[in-house]
Design a protein around this ligand. Structure first.
Ligand SMILES: [Ca+2]
Ligand SMILES: [Ca+2]
Length: 103
């Protein structure tokens, strides 16, 4: 692959990934961090893996509760994905509160 092609691909990927980060609704990620200061938040906390337009069970519960930091706190003791671990426990442990296969 020519150097010019690699540069163009790099620019495209940087732009695309930057746009994805914006699409992931940074304010929502910040709301999760505000309620859980020490957790790492990725897009898949609220969105389906491979389909970021779809919300998982946790993302839907967050949206229904008001989509703010208080909403994160309001659903903290719920188990949105029904895997036996509360949303707050999952966020602290680094597992996904919207994925029953991850607990
Ligand atoms: Ca859970
Ligand atoms: Ca889980």
């Amino acid at each position: 692959m020519k150097k010019g092609s690699r540069v163009l691909i790099g620019i495209f990927l940087s732009t695309f990934l930057g746009a994805m980060a914006s699409y992931a609704a940074i304010p929502d990620a910040n709301n999760v961090r505000e309620a859980n200061p020490d957790v790492t938040v990725s897009c898949t906390v609220c969105h389906e893996v491979g389909n970021f337009k779809a919300l998982n069970e946790y993302g839907q519960a967050y949206k229904n509760a008001g989509r703010n930091a208080d909403a994160v706190r309001a659903i903290a003791d719920e188990d949105s994905d029904e895997d036996g671990v509360t949303n707050a426990e999952e966020l602290k442990a680094g597992t996904n509160p919207g994925d029953a296969e991850d607990n």
